[in-house]
Design a protein around this ligand. Structure first.
Ligand code: 5GP
Ligand code: ZN
Length: 134
């Protein structure tokens, strides 16, 4: 099994710039920030993505994500993107679940996505398929 880089950070085997820690959650600066202060919030236990995390832990990570986002605003960021890549197809590179907290300054040349148009009844069909799985 490939050793998990974020588990190594949690164990102190690799360095990180820590901004918050409690019994279940760690927050540290991303090594390649979209803007200074870009923070990763992770569960201390290894889960690959949000899909295998227990709901209670998702809640704990979300609460820390909000605390960090609030702090980032207080130090001068104009807005904050909170995002999570789940799965290789979604751009996940490190397979230990993590939430990105990204400070934003308006025209900072960072773009998250460009929306597409729906074709025909595709919107209704996809909504019904999602609802059936909830
Ligand atoms: P992903 O695409 O998986 O959502 O993003 C992984 C993030 O982890 C990237 O933004 C990358 O810069 C960050 N990262 C990768 N390795 C390290 C590391 O060793 N230390 C820190 N602090 N961040 C890392
Ligand atoms: Zn891990």
């Amino acid at each position: 099994m490939t050793p998990c880089i974020f588990c190594k950070i949690i164990k102190g085997e690799l360095p990180c710039t820590k901004v918050y820690e409690d019994a279940d959650v760690l927050a540290f600066l991303d090594i390649k920030p979209v803007n200074p202060g870009h923070t990763l919030v992770i569960p201390k236990r290894h889960y690959v993505s949000i899909h295998d995390m227990p709901d209670e832990l998702v809640g704990k990570v979300a609460i820390v994500a909000k605390k960090v986002a609030d702090a980032i605003l207080r130090i001068g960021s104009k807005g904050v993107n909170i995002g999570m890549n789940n799965g290789e197809a979604a751009g996940q590179v490190v397979f230990h679940a993590h939430v990105h907290i990204m400070p934003r300054y308006g025209k900072d040349k960072f773009s998250l996505w460009v929306g597409k148009e729906y074709d025909g009844n595709e919107r209704q069909v996809v909504a019904e398929r999602i609802k059936a799985e909830l």
